[in-house]
Design a protein around this ligand. Structure first.
Ligand SMILES: [Zn+2]
Length: 118
């Protein structure tokens, strides 16, 4: 799995800051995931091939090409929506177990959604 830093303006043309922001990179086409049109999987156990890396690809053509590249033509891997990966990461960092961090997370998400809808 790859995460790369972008200038906000590259991903959000209307952004007024020059801040850099991370984005997931599609393992097939190399473009950032900027819409929830991506999948990920974390585990393959097919014959002797065991891969514990997390793979990310856009749904559709990129997903199919990546499957071909890594020999998963029978779709035995466990693809899931990229949103599920984000939920796992939030839970596993313990953010939701600490009120200070969870309040901060929810406030930032609320502010982001409010600003986006203005
Ligand atoms: Zn792609």
């Amino acid at each position: 799995m790859s995460i790369k830093l972008y200038e906000e303006k590259e991903l959000y043309p209307d952004a007024e800051t020059n801040a850099f922001c991370p984005a997931f990179i599609c393992e097939w086409c190399g473009n950032p995931v900027t819409r929830p049109n991506a999948l990920y999987f974390w585990y393959i156990n097919k014959g002797r091939y065991i891969d514990r890396q997390i793979h990310v690809a856009h749904k559709g053509l990129c997903e199919k090409q990546l499957n071909n590249k890594i020999g998963n033509n029978d779709n035995m891997q466990m693809w899931d929506d990229i949103t599920d990966l984000l939920i796992y990461l939030i839970v596993n960092t313990g953010i939701l177990d600490d009120e200070r961090y969870s309040e901060s997370l929810f406030k930032k998400l609320h502010d982001y959604i409010s600003n986006k809808n203005e």
